[in-house]
Design a protein around this ligand. Sequence first.
Ligand SMILES: Nc1ncnc2c1ncn2[C@@H]1O[C@H](COP(=O)(O)OP(=O)(O)OP(=O)(O)O)[C@@H](O)[C@H]1O
Length: 269
Amino acid sequence: MTENLLLPMATLQANDVGFCYGTRRVLHNVNLMLEPGVTALVGPNAAGKSTLLKCLCGQLSPKGEITLDGQSLRGLSRRDLSRQIGYLPQTQMQRSRFTVFETILLGRLHELGWRASQSEIERVHDVLEETSLTSLADRETSELSGGQIQMVAIAQALVREPSVLLLDEPTSNLDLRRQLEVCSRIRHLTAARGVCTLMAMHDLNLAARYADHVLVLREGTPYANGTPAQVLTETMLEEVYQVAAQVTLGANGHPSIVIQGPSDESGEI
Ligand SMILES: Nc1ncnc2c1ncn2[C@@H]1O[C@H](COP(=O)(O)OP(=O)(O)OP(=O)(O)O)[C@@H](O)[C@H]1O
């Protein structure tokens, strides 16, 4: 194995971050500190989740300050940013004639010379193993299912050995079992590598089951941040999502949410 388990743990911090598309303000007063572990980023449609992820990975330049281990993202080169922060956008990875192995190797493009060194090839093999993709290594990505291509995209981000992983709805388009598998792998890889993972998602029961922390974004500003049991409450569901729900705590301490209906007066959707 390569030495990725020895990577120092990082912290990503946002201080009073704000962002506008033209005159439309989408993020404001965002203060957060991401620590190692999985944080689920939840909130209604258009709350600003994707925009926040794009700011945190350096793709958008917001007001305020974002720091990685105390250093402003503005001071980091493109190369350093993409090496240290793995970002998976909402749109699915393009399929191509490249094999799974080659596609993951391309994640190391910033390090590759004319010929991939033995250590680069070993890194790819390690990630293939970690993500259970070894059996697909020689398949063209054009032949893969939605769940498989999603894992390849995650593997391509991981092969850069980032200290932060930002995932925008990694379980969208996956069937129920694949959603559990992908979340479980993300959780396992996050713990094994000691990375900070922030994962935008809509399924609050998945967040309850796989996240260490939950950050709720409402109209571009954090509404709550804490453990799933602290944050995923009936009050939050009513105030943020306008739904009536029953939340029970299971024996494992995970909240379980059953939506009963809209909480407004008409009670109809
Ligand atoms: N490129 C853009 N130009 C202008 N407005 C944008 C752009 N991208 C997003 N927006 C707007 O910013 C707001 C926040 O969008 P964003 O995609 O960040 O929300 P989200 O919480 O990720 O939503 P969803 O859960 O639906 O994916 C929305 O009102 C959206 O229309």
